[in-house]
Design a protein around this ligand. Structure first.
Ligand SMILES: [Zn+2]
Length: 216
């Protein structure tokens, strides 16, 4: 099973990818992890990436594509993989398409996690966690039983990620729509696009993805 997970930041791709990893025993491939692994392993392309990053520059598509290609050749990818956060642009989609064709590893599906922007902004912007035990809460959907006291550990200290505010979330959404949303049409035209409702409960989203996979 070879999957791409598409969806804006905050849509829950990471959670669903993790469940797919556990259920199907295939690796989740994210660009950041692949880049770090390539640099650490000291392959030729990893060294090129390191030189670019050490110079404080952005790693080019050519290097990222080469790193993805190397990663796909590893034994744990032979039964399948979940690409998360790559491809991000049409140019990368073309590159991975050519790469997978050359390796005779055609994509099974591109799962799109559809979201309602306004709901997503509220969902992300309301998040906070217990500073002591990390339990997650939300201003509206998931308040502690007693206001200001963590249900799990009784701590009264909470923290909020700086980028979990409405402006930052909207900026991230705009970047997604500008760069990545064109991929939806691209994969739709190839008959690979499988939308699921990313706003549903986590278990319901998982069930929808299971249905998609069962239909392949
Ligand atoms: Zn706590």
């Amino acid at each position: 099973m070879r999957l791409i997970l598409l969806g804006p930041p905050g849509a829950g791709k990471g959670t669903q990818a993790q469940r797919l990893v556990e259920k199907h025993g295939i690796p989740q491939l994210s660009t950041g992890d692949m880049l770090r692994a390539a640099v650490a392993s000291g392959t030729e392309v990893g060294l090129r990436a390191k030189a670019v990053m050490d110079a404080g520059k952005l790693v080019s598509d050519d290097i990222v594509n080469a790193i993805v290609s190397e990663r796909l050749d590893q034994p744990d990818c032979q039964a399948g993989f979940i690409l998360d956060g790559y491809p991000r642009t049409l140019a990368q989609a073309d590159a991975i398409g050519a790469m997978l064709a050359a390796k005779d590893m055609p994509l099974s599906a591109v799962v799109e996690m559809r979201v309602d922007d306004d709901v997503l902004v509220d969902r992300i912007a309301g998040r906070y966690t217990c500073a002591n035990c990390g339990a997650g809460y939300h201003d509206e959907n998931l308040k502690p039983a007693e206001e200001g006291v963590c249900d799990k550990c009784g701590s009264t200290e909470f923290k909020r990620r700086k980028d979990d505010n409405p402006e930052t979330v909207r900026t991230r959404l705009q970047a997604y729509y500008k760069e990545t949303a064109p991929l939806l049409g691209y994969y739709y035209a190839k008959g690979l696009l499988k939308p699921v409702d990313g706003m549903a409960e986590i278990d319901e989203v998982t069930a929808q993805i299971d249905n998609v996979l069962a239909s392949l």
